[in-house]
Design a protein around this ligand. Structure first.
Ligand code: FES
Ligand SMILES: [Fe+2]
Length: 353
C-alpha cells in the first residue's frame, strides 16, 4: 500500500500502521467452511481453507510451491489438494506427497496455519505454527451455546482499514447519529458520561441510563420488570486487534439496592484485516432471555445487520477521504473519543514492538 500522509498524533495507530501477525483472527464463519476449497486473503496472505475428511478445518498457503498456481482453484481429493496446473499433491499439513512426473517429492511444501473452530466462528493464527497457543483466542462467555441464543450475522466485506472499524466499535458517541434510523437511541443517551478503564492491553468502556424504558425498542416486548428500578448499561470491551465485544444489559435493582442478574445481549465483533485498506467483518449477537423465540431472533438479526451496514458505509467513506483528500489535516479530539484513542495507542505500541 502506498503510504498516506499522517493525519493524527504519532502515538496513535492509523491506516498506515503495519498489520499485526502474532494474533488469532477470525478467518470465517463455521458455516462457510466446507469440503469445497475456499480462498480468503488475511493480512495480505492468500489462504486456501477447507475441511478434512473428519470435518477439521485446514488452512494452507494458497500458492503452489512449483509455479504459484492458486490451490483454491485446484482439486480437493482424499488426503489433500492436487494442484490443477501440473498435478502436484499436498497433504493436510502442506507436505508434497505426489509429483506425477517423477518418483521423489521435494521436501519444501507450503505453509500450514493453525486453525480452531469455536461456536459459530473459525480462528486462524497468522504467526508461526509453533507459536500458536489456543488459550490466547479471545475468550467470550457467550461462546457457551447452551446458555445463550445466538444470532450469527452474515459475512461482511469492508472497504476500509480495521483500525477505523475498531475505533468505531470503541465509540459510543456515534450511536445516536450514524444509527439514528436503525437503533433509535434516545436523546438522553447522547450526554450520559462514558466510563473507561484500561486493563493491560484491553479497554473497557460503558455508559449507564437510569431508566431502561427509554431503550425499550432494543429488547423483547415480553420483558417486564414491574415497578423495579432497572439500569441500562451499554458498552464494550476492546479485547485484541481482532476482537471487540459490545453489550446492552439491563440490571434490575432489588428493594435492598442490590444488583440482580443481568438480562440482555452481547455483540461479538471480529475484524480481520484482508489488506491494510480492507477488512473482513463478522459478528454474532447472544442474548440470555426469550431463548427460543425464532421470530424475534430473525428481527433482531436484521436490525443489527442494518445498523452495521451503516458503520461499513461510514468507514468506506473515511478510508476514501483519508486516502485521497489533499487538505493539510490533523484530526481533532473530543471527550467521547477516549476508548478509541486508548485502543489506537495500544495497537501503535504493539506494531512497534
Ligand atoms: S503450479 Fe502447481 S504443480 Fe505446477
Ligand atoms: Fe456503529
Amino acid at each position: 500500500m502506498k503510504r498516506k500522509p499522517s493525519y493524527c498524533a504519532n502515538d496513535l495507530a492509523d491506516i498506515n500502521t503495519p498489520l499485526l501477525y502474532n494474533y488469532w483472527y477470525v478467518i470465517g464463519l463455521a458455516s462457510e467452511i466446507t469440503r469445497n476449497l475456499k480462498e480468503r486473503t488475511i493480512l495480505n496472505r492468500s489462504l486456501v481453507i477447507y475441511r478434512d475428511e473428519e470435518g477439521g478445518v485446514v488452512v494452507l498457503q494458497n500458492r503452489c510451491a512449483h509455479r504459484s498456481f492458486p490451490l483454491a482453484e485446484s482439486t480437493l481429493e482424499e488426503g489433500g489438494i492436487r494442484c490443477k496446473y501440473h498435478g502436484i499433491k499436498y497433504d493436510h499439513d502442506g507436505n508434497i506427497t505426489d509429483v506425477p512426473c517423477q518418483e521423489n517429492c521435494p521436501r519444501t511444501g507450503i505453509k500450514k496455519y493453525a486453525a480452531k473452530e469455536i461456536g459459530p466462528m473459525v480462528w486462524v493464527w497468522m504467526g508461526n505454527l509453533s507459536d500458536a497457543i489456543e488459550e490466547k483466542i479471545p475468550e467470550l462467555p457467550v461462546h457457551d451455546m447452551d446458555k445463550w441464543t445466538h444470532v450469527v450475522g452474515p459475512y461482511n466485506h469492508l472497504e476500509g482499514s480495521y483500525i477505523l472499524m475498531q475505533e468505531n466499535l470503541c465509540d459510543l458517541s456515534h450511536l445516536p447519529f450514524l444509527h439514528a434510523e436503525t437503533f433509535k437511541f434516545p436523546q438522553e443517551y447522547t450526554t450520559a458520561p462514558i466510563k473507561v478503564e484500561q486493563d493491560g492491553d484491553q479497554i473497557t468502556f460503558y455508559r449507564e441510563l437510569e431508566d431502561w424504558n427509554l431503550l425499550r425498542p432494543f429488547f423483547h416486548p415480553n420483558l417486564d420488570f414491574g415497578k423495579k428500578k432497572v439500569i441500562y448499561k451499554s458498552g464494550g470491551r476492546y479485547e485484541s486487534p481482532s476482537t471487540n465485544k459490545g453489550y446492552g444489559l439491563l440490571i434490575p435493582i432489588d428493594e435492598n439496592g442490590l444488583e440482580q442478574p443481568e438480562v440482555g445481549h452481547y455483540v461479538s465483533h471480529y475484524v480481520t484485516p484482508e489488506t491494510e485498506s480492507s477488512t473482513h467483518y463478522f459478528w454474532f449477537i447472544a442474548r440470555n432471555y426469550e431463548l427460543s423465540d425464532i421470530n424475534y431472533s430473525k428481527k433482531q438479526g436484521d436490525m443489527v445487520q442494518a445498523g452495521f451496514e451503516e458503520d461499513l458505509f461510514a468507514i468506506r467513506h473515511l478510508q476514501r477521504i483519508i486516502e485521497n483528500d489533499t487538505h493539510t489535516y490533523r484530526e481533532i479530539g473530543i471527550k467521547a473519543d477516549k476508548p478509541g484513542v486508548m485502543m489506537r495507542k495500544i495497537i501503535k505500541k504493539l506494531s512497534e514492538e
